[in-house]
Design a protein around this ligand. Structure first.
Ligand SMILES: CC(C)(COP(=O)(O)OP(=O)(O)OC[C@H]1O[C@@H](n2cnc3c(N)ncnc32)[C@H](O)[C@@H]1OP(=O)(O)O)[C@@H](O)C(=O)NCCC(=O)NCCS
Length: 176
């Protein structure tokens, strides 16, 4: 479990399924993610079991559920390992009613700290569709660096790629 001034980040549990379903049912939330909406709470449960649990079991990382200290569910933020490219990706997704309050940036910073200082990762990337201005702003606010574009042959659009290395993170912490 990770904690910040306002937030708790913890591995997802099956009880999060109704929240995850609500989150992914909002077109504006999934608009720039490349994901289709979840059709039922059961589908959300399956996603937690088949995608989120194995990441934590295999790699000690995954998408954390993010809540306020009083337990209010805000969304998720966390790391995902892609074995095919040997890259660790930072991602985040929050309920629309909670946007614009700095939660994604606060959750992402403690997640980067976990990745670099607990898991000893060397590099963490973050990708966004070029029109996803809010997401790109979060990457910039964290001090990540623009590295270019990535286009998967089976996807229609290219993704903007930012990254941060362990030494860049250390320098950033020393400055603040
Ligand atoms: C992207 C997302 C996670 C940001 O969450 P958030 O908690 O609102 O983020 P923060 O408040 O920490 O920071 C967002 C920043 O982007 C800015 N921003 C958001 N939308 C913007 C837009 N359309 N144009 C310009 N700036 C924008 C905010 O003003 C804020 O900057 P500021 O702190 O300088 O004012 C949230 O919008 C979301 O869940 N979107 C849907 C899922 C998604 O797209 N995830 C990313 C996939 S790559």
């Amino acid at each position: 479990m990770l904690e910040t001034k306002r937030l708790i980040l913890r591995p997802a549990v099956l009880e999060d399924a109704p929240h995850l379903y609500e989150l992914n049912s909002d077109f504006e939330v999934v608009r720039y993610t490349g994901d289709s909406s979840l059709k039922t709470v059961l589908e959300a449960e399956t996603q937690i079991k088949e995608r989120m649990f194995p990441q934590f079991q295999k790699y000690k990382m995954g998408r954390f559920s993010v809540t306020l200290k009083d337990g209010t569910y805000l969304g998720w933020c966390g790391l995902r390992y892609f074995p095919e490219s040997d890259e660790v990706d930072l991602g985040y997704r929050f309920m629309k009613k909670h946007w614009g309050q700095g939660y994604a940036t606060e959750a992402s910073l403690v997640t980067l700290k976990y990745g670099f200082e607990t898991l000893n990762l060397k590099r963490i990337i973050a990708k966004a569709m070029p029109d996803n201005v809010g997401s790109i702003k979060v990457m910039q606010k964290m001090g990540m660096t623009f590295r270019g574009y990535h286009k998967d042959p089976c996807e229609p659009q290219a993704w903007i790629v930012y990254d941060m290395t362990a030494s860049e993170f250390k320098n950033k912490c020393a400055e603040s």
